[in-house]
Ligand binder design. Structure first.
Ligand code: ADP
Length: 153
């Protein structure tokens, strides 16, 4: 018997859970895509955040629902606005890696007041990030349910 309280045991468990256990598939659009295309992709893929990549598939931007709503308030035709002019761009993107703790991700989501982080790997040191996943508040809610049902490894 370790003499640990329930809360300590729960804490120990949570501190072993990493991004790779709860991440989802990333949905990306090209930086040349229009705001119209991005809205269609967001509906078809049923996600709240899209990642924008260049031709080399390097992460260059993030698009949220409100970014696309804001762009839709203007008078300009949505087919004529490239996502690259409205997205949040590198280096202002908060990212995580597959071996990061889920608690670090939760803290970043709260501190930055955002819904989603891209899971990335670094491509040849310094030349940018490749997007390999997506982690959202929904993934973290799934972890909470697993914890409550004692289904965490
Ligand atoms: P919404 O804007 O739909 O409420 P978010 O709260 O996730 O969704 O996004 C708020 C703002 O932060 C948006 O302008 C979005 O582009 C930006 N954003 C979203 N995710 C990230 C991220 N991982 N890193 C940096 N900026 C982000």
């Amino acid at each position: 018997y370790t003499g640990k309280t329930g809360a300590e045991l729960l804490g120990d468990k949570v501190k072993h859970i990493t991004v790779k256990h709860y991440q989802s598939r990333p949905i990306v659009v090209q930086e040349s895509a229009s705001v119209y295309d991005a809205i269609v992709t967001m509906f078809l893929e049923d996600v709240g955040t899209l990642f924008v990549v260049d031709k080399q598939t390097t992460l260059v931007g993030v698009l949220s629902r409100k970014d696309l709503l804001r762009a839709s308030l203007g008078k300009q035709a949505l087919e004529s606005i490239p996502v690259s002019i409205i997205m949040t761009r590198m280096p202002n993107i908060t990212v995580c890696q597959r071996d990061d703790l889920i608690t670090e991700v939760a803290k970043k989501l709260i501190d930055k007041q955002i819904d989603c982080l891209p899971v990335v790997t670094e491509v040849d040191f310094g030349s940018g990030f490749e997007v390999i996943g997506r982690i959202t508040k929904t993934n973290i809610t799934a972890l909470l349910v697993d914890l409550a049902n004692d289904e965490v490894i």
